[in-house]
Ligand binder design. Structure first.
Ligand SMILES: *[C@@H]1O[C@H](CO)[C@@H](O)[C@H](O)[C@H]1NC(C)=O
Ligand SMILES: *[C@@H]1O[C@H](CO)[C@@H](O)[C@H](O)[C@H]1NC(C)=O
Length: 139
């Protein structure tokens, strides 16, 4: 019983150290790919090139980026800097959303102007965040 208690204490200390040793880098990156589709399950959809992507925290746009020819976007943010009054840090980024403001009709004439792609973001590793899934939301 005593050794079990000791084991729990040791594991707790180890877990604590693990968290503390995760040094947050000075630059956080939000990166991902936007596809030209309203259907997020369609893995074969082509890339959405030249699309504007907004990074939004509680309704405030804190950064924007444009996708490249492969639909890839990249936003680098300096930790501790205030963007439109929002202080950049890991906790804030985890609550941000991404919104693609360029209408889908720009990449495929059969698609609609009547909505946007939106995704929450998730932390992939210490300093890199990515969209969870771009869902089409009707305006
Ligand atoms: C979305 O894509 C999946 C995979 O290609 C397909 O099975 C499904 O029918 C599509 N849904 C719509 C609403 O188009
Ligand atoms: C454009 O969108 C239509 C309607 O969803 C789809 O059937 C077609 O495959 C798309 N074209 C391309 C090039 O992705």
């Amino acid at each position: 019983m005593k050794s079990l208690v000791l084991l729990v204490v040791v594991l707790t200390v180890l877990a604590g150290n693990g968290v503390q040793s995760q040094v947050i880098p000075p630059i956080l990156t939000v990166t991902g790919t936007v596809k030209c589709t309203q259907n997020y399950t369609d893995a074969t959809a082509p890339a959405f090139a030249h699309a504007e992507v907004q990074l939004i925290s509680g309704g405030t746009i804190i950064a924007t980026a444009t996708t490249d020819i492969n639909g890839l976007f990249n936003i680098n943010l300096v930790v501790g800097v205030s963007l439109n009054g929002i202080l950049v840090n890991v906790e804030i980024l985890e609550t941000c959303i991404l919104k693609v403001t360029t209408p889908l009709v720009q990449c495929n004439a059969s698609l609609t102007t009547n909505g946007v792609l939106v995704s929450s973001i998730t932390r992939l590793n210490t300093g890199v965040f990515a969209p969870v899934c771009f869902i089409f939301v009707t305006l």
